[in-house]
Design a protein. Structure first.
Length: 248
């Protein structure tokens, strides 16, 4: 059965679109690193989006529940990834019993939520003791530099590294890892080739509404998940924050 792709709205990334490949691979890189925490586990992906990340996790987990608030998105996930348990539900009140899952995955979602503290309290509630919360989110310092209001209209509140740590600790979780995703050598070379930032080059095209230059489109199409690095050094300079927190 052929499944129609989700429309690209700017709220979420979608696989299989050349112009979106940089962002897709950037998100994929975090999934590939964090999936080691999901081996043999019952995993809730809270805010699954298109479903590709939940499907990746399902290759290592015992079971994955893919939860999204949007009705169209949840229906798409159920059709496109039949190995997942796709559920429509509100992240403000997770439809999971207390201590019901081993892992909660929340990748590139918390910045979209109005009540981040309430959501993290829900994550702590549904995790079994010793269970892990996996979080990635854009680093406010580099994603919306010099601003309190996010540049992305779909984001409600972006976080700096210290702010994310404080939220996790405030929810009663122990921070096992706080790291940052950044460009590796191949992407740093592309940054130099496009005047210092391949991200800015892409944004300029999108905001300008023009056609993609052939060299930029080819560069974006060439990006792989392996072109990103995860490090605990100089977190304030990272592109995305990556956290693993444990329920005591």
């Amino acid at each position: 059965m052929t499944v129609e792709p989700l429309p690209l709205t700017g709220e979420r990334t979608v696989p299989g679109i050349v112009e979106e490949n940089y962002w897709f691979r950037r998100h994929e890189a975090a999934y590939l690193d964090l999936v080691r925490h999901c081996v043999g586990a019952v995993v809730l992906e809270a805010g699954c989006g298109e479903g590709y990340g939940a499907a990746l996790i399902a290759g290592r987990a015992a079971r994955v529940v893919a939860l999204d608030y949007d009705e169209t998105t949840a229906a798409h996930v159920g059709r496109a990834y039949p190995g997942l348990t796709a559920v429509r539900g509100n992240l403000a009140a997770l439809p999971v019993r207390d201590a019901g899952v081993d892992v909660v995955a929340n990748l590139q979602v918390i910045e979209h939520l109005w009540d981040q503290e309430g959501f993290l309290a829900e994550c702590a509630r549904v995790l079994r003791p010793g269970g892990r919360l996996l979080v990635t989110t854009p680093n406010r310092i580099t994603f919306s530099p010099g601003r309190d209001t996010p540049l992305n209209p779909f984001h409600t509140r972006e976080l700096a590294p210290a702010e994310l740590r404080d939220l996790l600790v405030g929810a009663g979780l122990e921070v096992e890892l706080l790291a940052g995703l950044r460009h590796g050598p191949a992407l740093r070379a592309l940054d130099r080739a496009f005047g210092g930032s391949i991200i800015d080059a892409q944004v300029a095209v999108v905001l300008g509404g023009g056609e993609w230059p052939a060299d930029l489109l080819a560069a974006v199409a060439s990006v792989r998940a392996e072109d990103f690095e995860l490090t605990t050094d100089d977190l304030d300079a990272s592109l995305d924050l990556v956290a693993v927190a444990v329920r005591p």
